[in-house]
Design a protein around this ligand. Structure first.
Ligand SMILES: Cc1cc2nc3c(=O)[nH]c(=O)nc-3n(C[C@H](O)[C@H](O)[C@H](O)COP(=O)(O)OP(=O)(O)OC[C@H]3O[C@@H](n4cnc5c(N)ncnc54)[C@H](O)[C@@H]3O)c2cc1C
Ligand SMILES: *[C@@H]1O[C@H](CO)[C@@H](O)[C@H](O)[C@H]1NC(C)=O
Ligand SMILES: *[C@@H]1O[C@H](CO)[C@@H](O)[C@H](O)[C@H]1NC(C)=O
Ligand SMILES: *[C@@H]1O[C@H](CO)[C@@H](O)[C@H](O)[C@H]1NC(C)=O
Ligand SMILES: *[C@@H]1O[C@H](CO)[C@@H](O)[C@H](O)[C@H]1NC(C)=O
Ligand SMILES: *[C@@H]1O[C@H](CO)[C@@H](O)[C@H](O)[C@H]1NC(C)=O
Ligand SMILES: *[C@@H]1O[C@H](CO)[C@@H](O)[C@H](O)[C@H]1NC(C)=O
Ligand SMILES: *[C@@H]1O[C@H](CO)[C@@H](O)[C@H](O)[C@H]1NC(C)=O
Ligand SMILES: *[C@@H]1O[C@H](CO)[C@@H](O)[C@H](O)[C@H]1NC(C)=O
Length: 489
């Protein structure tokens, strides 16, 4: 137990040294600044300038911030790129000097170092286009957008794209993880609807990746930041003519036993692919459950009848714009907590598994008071057979794995080790329950939810992981992308 604390101390001492050294701009940052059209920002805390203060957020602070504060680090500088050519110039300098770096889209990743660095932080904030093709069959999206911004831009157009189901997450991290969407039962994952990616390769070449480049097209569908930096994605659109029916409901703990039964019944009986739910079983400061419901139509469908008769303590369920439903998902209330994700995929949901999840919420809640614990949440995602839409992708999903997302939040940095250990123990326990039930999906841990040490074999399966390692060798022989944090494939 003492070792991690000592390591933490060493880490903070060296971070302090780095911090002071920054007063003189780092030569690599200066070199990049001279080679891009975009801006380079330095830590305002290192400057004696009176023009910045803590009450007005500045571009440096905004660029490095994350939904979970534990995912943020202080870099040498923020490189705010304008386009793929800027990314190309930056990655060439980063690669030749072997400088640690990070790429951030919206910063919702749960793993420290995946979109943060003490080196060069590349911000995609200025790459914000959302351009619908004339016939509305496709849309080009700059990866500085969050999906909330994309839905807002497409509101009223009659079409939509497959992206995140809540307010905030980025087009980069979600789509490059795979992309579970409210439309997944109808069209698959977000990555299954990608026409092409604009990719800056580790060597700095700017390329377009589509079906004509099957290896990289496969790798980008779940491979996150291991194969280069994606600057834009062209998605196929899907029709979204009018309003949808959906929203979230809070339930108190007494309803949980009946709610998990209803969710099980929904999973077994629901045939209408337009109907989708997520059941969040919660402990910590918000015990009970949250049901997120979505129907791709204007009225409540018969498939939701299993959830009738439950009295919500709070509800936003309504016929509304898709964009309004997403903006109303309350995720921003949780911004700034420390946190972690962990995940297990199963072939189906059983009563035993759901009861074990409820037991986990109760078991770990006993530690929240002493350990600055906030939310302990387990998202149950009862999708239909969406695997029939799967394309050739790094994240295997042709068998329609059901990802369970575990999310722990806490407030005090000194409790990082405790909760990171706890979330892994809880996940390991559920893996054993799923294995005993015969419903464990091996080699399909969803990259968007996976704990940082999850291996390539666990994320992608042995065969896909081996193919990904070959692709890394071909396109990144110098290991430039390994200078950024991410999964070890
Ligand atoms: C509140 C919340 C709701 C969520 N809802 C969903 C959901 O509905 N569906 C779903 O599938 N997932 C969901 N997730 C998980 C989500 O997919 C991951 O958290 C994802 O990493 C967030 O993407 P981001 O762009 O915001 O993250 P970032 O932290 O910016 O990036 C995540 C990772 O992707 C890499 N990356 C980002 N952009 C690029 C790029 N352009 N080129 C190369 N690499 C890049 C980063 O380097 C980093 O490794 C949710 C997460 C949260 C916290
Ligand atoms: C800030 O001011 C101090 C004292 O005046 C000076 O020593 C230091 O070099 C200045 N730092 C910067 C970054 O200008
Ligand atoms: C902070 O800086 C901004 C812009 O420079 C300025 O408008 C604002 O008044 C400052 N606030 C304080 C409290 O100094
Ligand atoms: C940076 O730009 C200069 C000219 O402005 C050029 O000579 C140099 O090759 C560039 N460096 C890199 C690494 O691209
Ligand atoms: C839930 O289902 C289980 C059997 O699957 C049953 O034993 C239990 O009584 C049900 N609980 C409620 C509250 O309906
Ligand atoms: C829900 O509320 C209604 C109206 O207040 C009440 O009649 C009903 O018994 C409640 N149902 C449950 C399950 O508590
Ligand atoms: C979406 O557009 C409609 C008009 O087409 C508008 O009334 C509505 O307020 C918009 N929704 C949001 C969330 O902006
Ligand atoms: C409840 O969870 C704890 C912690 O994972 C575990 O040790 C215990 O066996 C579980 N109990 C049941 C009944 O599943
Ligand atoms: C929490 O801390 C108090 C005081 O230190 C201690 O008495 C109690 O046993 C602790 N509870 C848990 C669950 O660790």
């Amino acid at each position: 137990m003492h070792l991690p604390i000592i390591l933490l101390l060493i880490a903070s001492v060296s971070a302090g040294l780095l911090f002071r050294r920054q007063a003189v701009p780092d030569p690599i940052c200066l070199q990049i600044a001279g080679n891009i059209t975009g801006n380079v920002y330095y830590n305002p805390a290192d400057s004696n300038s009176t023009s910045s203060n803590n009450t007005t957020p500045n571009p440096f602070t905004l660029a490095i911030s994350h939904w979970m504060s534990s995912s943020s680090q202080t870099p040498l500088c923020v490189v705010e790129v304008n386009d793929a050519n800027d990314v190309s110039a930056a990655i060439k300098i980063i690669g030749s000097t072997k400088t640690p770096f990070a790429v951030k889209s919206a910063g919702y990743n749960s793993n420290p170092g995946f979109s943060s660095t003490t080196g060069v932080h590349i911000s995609l904030e200025k790459i914000k286009q959302v351009i619908l093709s004339e016939d509305k069959s496709a849309v080009e999206i700059g990866l500085g957008n969050s999906f909330t911004e994309v839905y807002q831009a497409l509101n009223g157009s009659g079409v939509n794209v497959l992206g995140a189901r809540a307010d905030g997450p980025g087009t980069g991290g979600v789509t490059l993880s795979g992309g579970y969407s409210w439309y997944t039962n109808q069209y698959g994952l977000g990555c299954d609807t990608v026409v092409s990616y604009e990719l800056v390769l580790p060597c700095g070449d700017v390329t377009t990746i589509d079906t004509s480049q099957p290896d990289l097209f496969f790798a980008l569908k779940g491979g996150l930041n291991r194969f280069g930096i994606v600057t834009k994605i062209v998605f196929k659109t899907i029709p979204q003519p009018g309003h949808i029916y959906g929203g979230l409901q809070f339930f108190d703990p007494a309803t949980v036993p009946a709610l998990i039964n209803a969710t099980e019944a929904f999973h077994l009986k629901s045939q209408d692919p337009k109907a989708s739910v997520v059941l969040t079983l919660g402990g910590g400061i918000l015990p009970g459950a949250i049901l997120l419901s979505f129907y791709d139509g204007e009225t409540r469908p018969a498939d939701f009848d299993v959830f009738n008769g439950f009295n919500a303590t709070f509800s936003t369920l309504a016929t509304q714009d898709f964009s309004a439903m997403i903006s109303g998902s309350l995720t921003s209330l949780q911004t700034g907590n420390r946190g972690s994700f962990a995940s297990v995929s199963t072939t189906t949901l059983t009563h035993t598994l759901l009861a074990a999840v409820v037991n986990e919420t109760n078991y770990w809640t006993q530690f929240t008071a002493n350990r600055s614990g906030s939310l302990l949440q387990y998202d149950v995602e009862p999708f239909h057979a969406y695997g029939k839409f799967a394309t050739d992708s790094a994240y295997p999903h042709s068998d329609s794995p059901l990802p369970l997302n575990i999310y722990y939040a806490w407030t005090d940095e000194k409790d990082d080790a405790f909760w990171n250990d706890a979330i892994q123990q809880s996940c390991a326990h559920l893996i054993e329950v799923a294995r005993a039930e015969g419903i464990l999906t091996e080699g399909s841990v969803y990259p968007g939810y996976a704990y940082g040490t999850t291996t390539g074999d666990q994320l992608y399966g042995k065969e896909n992981a081996a193919r990904l390692r070959e692709i890394q060798k071909d396109y990144d022989p110098e290991g430039v992308m390994l200078l950024a944090g991410g999964f070890t494939i």
